[in-house]
Design a protein around this ligand. Structure first.
Ligand SMILES: [Zn+2]
Ligand SMILES: [Zn+2]
Length: 256
């Protein structure tokens, strides 16, 4: 089994420790064919990419692609879900520079306005919730992510279920219909083994992501793979590894 690409790595453009080039160098050392830079979307209060830096990152990646011909370097973003309508914190001004979009839920998001204060709602409620509130939140979050998957060309949803609960089966169905992948994330432990077990026997497409915040962690997805194995899922469901019988293949439709 070989990891073909790691599409979830962070750099100093958000709160990663390494530069784009440092991530690229580790990816080459580890024999990856593709590396994706997916720093936090600009809506993050503390460490989102500054909007003016998307062009800077694009230019840097174009230059590095010229320099290193043994690896494909892609510019993505880990966009933030802003509200219950599935709005992300990026629009055409940023999307035009990107090769793909990842999206997920994070704390610390600046709400667009009081009516869409989604993250603040979670931060105040999530700590002390009754069962019915929890179920309600789970459904609302799932609906919001499904809206995002329908409205944007999202390559994958990052760490679904981390920080806020989701209905994995319903989300999976929407992802299959919209050609979006579910991530098995190396940093947060989501999807969990229990989540993955719910997908057994269903059509599902998964991507392993290191979520590396330091260059040396780029490509570190072995424990993600362990979770998929532990859940008893067929490794053929994973798009970014090469298992016996050849590459599973990232569908180019998944990219913007
Ligand atoms: Zn994240
Ligand atoms: Zn991340």
């Amino acid at each position: 089994m070989k990891v073909i690409g790691d599409y979830h790595t962070h750099t100093i453009y958000s709160h990663g420790k390494g530069t784009i080039e440092e991530n690229v160098l580790v990816a080459r050392e580890k024999g990856l064919s593709v590396i994706g830079i997916a720093d936090h979307g600009p809506g993050h209060r503390f460490y989102g990419v500054k909007r003016e830096n998307f062009k800077v990152m694009r230019d840097e990646i174009d230059r590095l692609n010229e320099l290193y011909d043994d690896i494909e370097i892609l510019l993505g973003v880990e966009a933030n879900l802003l509200d219950f309508k599935g709005t992300l914190d990026i629009d055409e001004n940023e999307i035009k520079y990107l090769d793909y979009i990842a999206a997920g839920y994070h704390f610390g998001i600046m709400p667009k306005n009081v009516g869409t204060a989604y993250s603040l709602y979670f931060q105040s409620k999530i700590m002390n919730m009754s069962n019915s509130t929890f179920e309600n939140l789970k459904e609302k979050t799932t609906d919001s992510l499904i809206k995002a998957v329908e409205d944007y060309d999202i390559m994958f949803l990052s760490h679904p279920g981390a920080k806020v609960p989701v209905d994995v089966v319903r989300l999976n169905q929407a992802c299959i219909e919209n050609d979006t992948l579910l991530e098995v994330n190396g940093k947060h432990g989501y999807l969990t083994v229990d989540d993955l077990k719910l997908l057994k026997g269903l059509e599902t497409k998964l991507i392993l992501g290191s979520d590396a915040h330091s260059p040396h962690r780029v490509g570190e997805v072995a424990h993600c793979l362990d979770r998929v194995r532990a859940a008893g899922l067929d490794l053929k469901n994973i798009v970014n590894i090469e298992s016996e019988g050849g590459s599973n293949g990232v569908n180019s439709n998944n990219r913007t």
